[in-house]
Design a protein around this ligand. Structure first.
Ligand code: F0G
Length: 461
């Protein structure tokens, strides 16, 4: 036998406890998805076998984090867990002033209220649902400045999260810097398929914004995953640690919103971090209105302790290699089966191109919503729509028609095994084989905000 050349990634942990899952039958799943209005967000999780709805708040915490939960200092004010969290954020991310929030959107709300005024334009490297809504509710308008390649599922650009400086400059010329409170950059851009921004691009946008006096706010929800791609793909970063790369990324920005439910490996929590005292001062004042006192922001002491520990764990090179390695494994399996996915493979999940998968459906028949429901029926694997339903409506009431119509297979951190990944790819292939007979959906209930969470659908005949 030949010696293997390949050296596989593997998990830098072992299992100490398991959660038992229910296996359902196909008729049970047909009924469950119908009752859920063909919206995977409305399924009961007890009816789900492998849950890829989101990587948000679904991570498995480590023994150290669980031990930390016992060290919760549940004081209303000045909990020692807050000071530990504050230190961790300052040490690993380099931001000066920290306000904990119950999760990412809590931080987005505070930031938008403090920094955006009526009529402002907020450029960003692709929208995110909650981020854009908070910008709009504060009177602003989001403007997409991501490179064109990000909107093309087939482009293999290694840094599809990059900002197109020409688009940015056109906005500055058109509206003037006074109407642009900040440039919002996300790392490992969620809606583009988990695609990274390069360090080179970050340096360029820092130089540009410095010249024009524009701030950069960093949506750092998945910063460690972005750092991994920089380490793997960008010149001069091969020998740098994830920890150092993350610190450098943050150094080119003026503040951050964080949903710690993703990279920071906790089930709940987030924060706003800024370097500017005036912004901090105002946000610290507002947090007591919306979240809680500025030393807990809607969290228990134990939650802040678990977050402080999770931040450090998330920056381990071994952790992130296995994390992204698992996703690459799933993506490669999908490609072997010929399933159309967004390339390059992203940092937090696989994004299946529903327009290509179901070319006989128009975007108004909700191809991605339909496909997510079909995959659930096939195997109990729960995915989610990232297409026209998620994109919602413009302030004038018209639908956004996003170029990307995707089904997101989001992989929770440290939760599933390679065998689970096999089952997911096999099920998707089974649906792919029978795709021609799949009919679309009609929306029968549409909520006003973030409709993808609660909308209901009926099957078209
Ligand atoms: N920014 C990004 C890039 C996100 O992906 C999310 C959440 C948020 C902000 C908001 O954070 O949920 O803690 O309030 N994304 C989840 C997802 C919901 O499934 O992608 P939150």
């Amino acid at each position: 036998m030949k010696h293997p050349v390949k050296r596989s990634w593997a998990e830098p942990y072992k299992m100490k406890m398991v959660e038992l899952l229910k296996m359902t039958s196909r008729p049970e799943r047909i009924k469950a998805i119908k009752d859920a209005g063909y919206n995977t967000f409305l399924l009961n999780s007890k009816d789900v076998y492998i849950d890829l709805l989101t990587d948000s708040g679904t991570s498995a915490m480590s023994d150290n984090q669980w031990a930390g939960m016992m060290m919760g200092d549940e004081a209303y004010a000045g909990s020692r867990n807050f000071f530990k969290l504050e230190k961790a954020i300052q040490k690993f991310y380099g931001y000066k002033y920290i306000i904990p929030t119950h999760q990412g959107r809590g931080a987005e709300n505070l930031l938008s209220k403090v920094m955006i005024k009526q009529g402002d334009i907020i450029p960003g490297n692709m929208y995110f649902t909650t981020t854009r809504l908070h910008q709009e509710l504060a009177g602003g308008t989001f403007a997409d400045v991501i490179i064109d390649e990000a909107h093309n599922a087939n482009s293999t650009h290694p840094f599809k999260g990059n900002v197109d400086l020409k688009k940015m400059d056109a906005l500055v010329k058109k509206y003037g810097v006074k109407r642009i409170p900040y440039l919002c950059i996300a790392t490992n851009v969620n809606m583009a398929g988990g695609q990274p921004i390069s360090m080179q691009n970050l340096k360029e946008i820092r130089a540009y914004t410095k010249k024009h006096g524009i701030k950069i706010i960093h949506d750092m929800t998945r910063v460690a995953e972005n750092a991994y791609f920089i380490q793997q793909r960008e010149k001069n970063f091969k020998n740098k640690s994830i920890r150092d790369i993350v610190f450098e990324i943050c150094s080119y920005t003026d503040g951050a919103t964080m949903s710690a439910k993703k990279d920071a490996l906790v089930n709940i929590g987030g924060f706003l971090a800024v370097n500017d005292w005036d912004v901090f001062e105002e946000a610290r004042n507002l947090v007591v209105v919306y979240e809680g006192l500025h030393t807990y922001g809607g969290l228990a002491g134990r939650d802040m302790e678990a977050m402080a520990i999770g931040i450090e764990e998330s920056l381990s090179d071994n952790h992130i290699k296995a994390r992204v390695g698992q996703i690459e494994y799933l993506g490669e399996k999908m490609m072997e089966y010929g399933i159309p996915i967004v390339k390059p493979i992203g940092g937090h999940g696989i994004f299946v191109d529903a327009k290509k998968f179901l070319p006989h459906l128009s975007q108004d028949e909700f191809p991605a919503q339909t496909l997510a429901a079909e995959i659930y029926v096939d195997s109990g694997v729960r995915t989610m729509e990232r297409g026209i339903v998620s994109a919602g409506r413009k302030p004038d009431g018209k639908n956004y028609y996003p170029k990307l119509e995707l089904v997101r297979f989001t992989v929770p951190r440290r939760v599933y095994t390679q065998a689970h990944m096999d089952v997911i790819a096999e099920s998707t292939f089974n649906v792919y084989k029978n795709r021609k007979s799949i009919k679309g959906l009609k929306m029968v209930y549409e909520p006003k905000y973030l409709r993808f969470f609660q909308a209901r659908f009926k099957k078209l005949k």
